[in-house]
Design a protein. Structure first.
Length: 367
């Protein structure tokens, strides 16, 4: 495979979780014999190259001592560059980047757009797919417009009024890893949280909290062909509460891969069949690329699509290990897809100068 890179970190509340996912990917690719370039995107938005054998603890107190500053250029000769002697910049040889940035600009389409403009090939969603997946309100609206069952989701505003009664679950409109999620008894409390909870100030959404609902998740990968995994049932805490950040990431050293779950989930055949049918539709509607995870809720009243994670924790490799696919194989095939099928190619058809030649002086357009 030429020379793969893995990027992780980013100016995001999920910065630390991204490091865990990224270092798992770096280690798996390195152990498979690859010369891996480890790219760290710091909380301040700066880029660094770090050793492939670096450990998570070296990031705990800030920038690791071994980090070397690098830069990214867009346009012709785009890519990552290392600063050498006499300020001479040299291009870092990379075949494709495995994107492990959770949340924030790493998963909302910002990073993807920058990589597109730099001509860098990368795994994960396209810019458009990332934007839809990160915006819970946009994703919910897309599902609703397509006639796919999803729980009503509302943007929390000062004048929001609801016919439903609580409890409710309130979430950051943009974000993941269960960071900033709260269960509240009423709308008044939800509105107060938006004013006091920093993670909710940039947008918050609210929906009914179904305490009896069962979480069901499925992963999809799109190379070498689009394939759905077995269905998992994440095991909620004994108190029946929400599946929190701590439940997902602080119960073991492997992040989501070590969280408690039932895989494959024991489901009635008709429910699993319905879930898989809906998941196939979501793949198309949300422009899924590479590896993603689709989350559902199920109770006696129905089955609903809840969210999509376009860069899921641990890249959902635990789903595929159940299918006999190793982490390094999953990563290798993600990289092959990125190399063979770039997420974006820019088209200039029609921009042949005709409109510019025919318009005359620009002052005529202002008359």
């Amino acid at each position: 495979m030429n020379r793969p890179a893995v990027c992780f970190g980013s100016p995001s509340p999920e910065h630390d979780i991204s490091i865990l996912t990224g270092l798992q990917a770096v280690r798996a690719l390195s152990d498979a014999g690859n010369d891996v370039v480890a790219l760290y995107w710091s909380k301040t938005g700066n880029w660094f190259q770090v050793p492939a054998d670096i450990e998570p603890s070296e990031f705990a107190d800030g920038l690791p001592r071994s980090a070397e500053p690098i830069s990214i250029k867009i346009g012709d000769n785009g890519g990552f560059y290392k600063l050498g002697k006499r300020n001479k910049q040299s291009l870092i040889d990379i075949s494709a980047v495995v994107v492990c940035c959770h949340g924030g600009p790493g998963e909302d389409g910002s990073l993807q757009a920058m990589f597109d403009l730099a001509g860098i090939r990368y795994t994960g969603p396209s810019q458009q797919g990332a934007a839809i997946g990160m915006d819970k309100l946009a994703f919910s609206g897309t599902m609703e417009a397509a006639g796919i069952a999803s729980l009503p989701l509302h943007l929390v505003t000062d004048d929001l009024a609801l016919d439903e009664t609580g409890p409710f679950i309130i979430k950051p409109r943009f974000g993941g890893s269960s960071i900033g999620i709260e269960v509240v008894d009423d709308l008044t409390t939800a509105k107060a949280l938006v004013q006091t909870q920093p993670l909710l100030r940039h947008g918050a959404v609210i929906q009914n909290y179904l305490s009896d609902a069962i979480d069901l998740n499925i992963s999809v990968r799109t190379y070498p062909e689009t394939t759905l995994s077995a269905v998992e049932r994440p095991l909620r805490p004994e108190d029946g509460g929400i599946y929190s950040y701590a439940d997902k990431y602080l119960t073991g050293s492997q992040g989501m891969a070590s969280a408690p779950r039932e895989l494959p989930a024991e489901l009635p055949p008709n429910i699993e069949g319905e879930l898989r049918t809906i998941a196939d539709q979501v793949v198309q509607l949300a422009m899924v690329r590479s590896v993603a995870r689709i989350d559902f809720l199920w109770n006696a009243d129905g089955l609903w699509v809840n969210e999509i994670n376009t860069i899921p924790g641990s890249l959902s490799w635990y789903f595929w290990s159940h299918e006999g696919i190793s982490f390094d194989q999953l990563l290798t095939e993600m990289i092959q897809e990125a190399v063979e099928s770039p997420a974006a190619t820019f088209q200039t058809d029609g921009a042949d100068g005709t409109a510019l030649r025919d318009v005359g002086a620009i002052s005529h357009k202002l008359a």
